[in-house]
Design a protein around this ligand. Sequence first.
Ligand code: PEP
Ligand code: MG
Length: 592
Amino acid sequence: MPDEQSDAPTPTVEERYKGIPVSPGIAIGPLVLLYADEHIIRKRRIRPEDVAGEIARFEAALLKTRQQIQVIRNELASSIGEEDASIFDAHILLLEDTSLIESVKEQLVSRLVNVDFAYEQVVRSYTRKMRELDDDYFRERAGDFLDVSRRVLRNLQGKVDAELRNLDVASVVLAHDLSPSDTAGMDRKLVLGLATEAGSRTSHSAIMARSLNLPAVVGLRELIGKFEPGVEVLLDGYEGLLIVNPTDQTKHEYGQREKIHEAVEVKLDALRETLPVTLDQRRIIVSANVEIMEDLPLIKEHGAEGVGLLRTEYLFLNQNESPTEDQQVEMYREMARACQPHHIIIRTLDVGGDKKRPHLGIEQEVNPFLGFRGIRYSLGRPDIFRTQLRAICRASAEGNVRVMFPMVCDLSELKAARRLIDEVREELRQQNIPQAEKIEVGVMIEVPSAALTADILARHVDFFSIGSNDLIQYTLAIDRGNENVSAMYQPAHPAVLRLMQTVVEAAHRNNIWVGVCGEMAADVILVPALIGLGVDELSAGAASIPRIKRAIQSLNYEEARQLVARCVLNESAEANQAELEQMARRLYPEIL
Ligand code: PEP
Ligand code: MG
């Protein structure tokens, strides 16, 4: 007799999980789980009788991967041509490498471990050997190999078939972490919100979510295994909540809250055309940080004065190979045009750290944030760097283009980069290719050694832009993307403020301007500290611009200066944070 209960829907219970709010907004929709990271592959012992089942799972995953690669290959062949699509033929060859498949099967039998683990171990050992070979071709193939294996691992993990660029219904995405290349390539119309187990306010996935105007919550810790895909969730990017199976009552309450938020946004919208000037007439430039071409309309929509930071690496991360010189010229030109009459500051490639793609050929490093990153990568890959510099110089013929270098640690790096620009400009002249008469060159101050030698660097550049995200990370020795230490990531720490003070004073003594383009600039609680330090420009995600303007317009520069004078002498970040919050609550409570 059939069980009468069996078809009844399981009653759902609302569950709430608290994380770190990093991008405001509310999203409701089905949940998609994205298991992408190799490090969540766990070792599991199996019994000898399980081996056949594991092999079957492996073969099914290989087959599925082959089909997926074939689909991408065919799509690419029809959009960009057979030749470029052929890279995926090479992927299929790597996928079906018989010696690798045999090694995995052999491990299953000899070590009695789960196939995901065995496969990952074999891939690691293969890629290590490929990278050790003294042959560029094989070293590059190691990156392709990792790309293919990541796909196989996703398929092996069963639940795993979501990919941000392949969603079919609008969903809220929950991932362990999202790499910049995941977010750069996602289908924005189908992603309603982003939730991650890892991450913090300044991790790149958080920055990207804000730039895309997507509600996002990070640092939710171990959650993924708890839910089935498709379950309804509500993501609250204001308070940092992921609500699973929200009740009707919860949804209704959130509907009301959204109306209030919308009303504040409408008021802020009116600030678009106004100037960011303090009550005592100190004029600040407020410009936008931009990651992708789709951000362009937002620059004017939110009233930014041009672009203070173009993170060009995202143009390299959302595809399988680096854009050519001509492709880059096109993109930079279009951006320069969108900024007119204002400027655009093009930051040269800042890859490394967590920003990687196989085609960039960056090896696995133990400490990637202290490794082959930013200007170090560019100087180590002059082929890529020269191409980018040529493209930037060519685009300068179209608008007010400035260039700046990331992660500079000392003068020798800056000089080497400047030398390359000079060479590239001379080359263009020889070839009669138009470029601007003058291109301002700046440097990011995001490493303590650069901050402490700012007086030296200032003599060699036209401007500074403080990258507070990294400056805080390197000053306080707190990984900016690690949720376990995110409470210790303290922008208002006296050490951070003192370093910034050194930088601003060095800039002004040398008659150059100094901006801040890290997330501190977008935090209206911290804005009085930056203004009080004497910063001339703030650059932040376009959506934050109206709030920043409102904060500046409510401030008195002299009062902010006195506040900073106290903060650099205070004993703790907490004391500074409290003073700053008090000021913000007094002057502009409605935007907090
Ligand atoms: C920074 O470090 O503050 C910065 C703006 O650069 P990114 O966040 O891209 O590292
Ligand atoms: Mg940085």
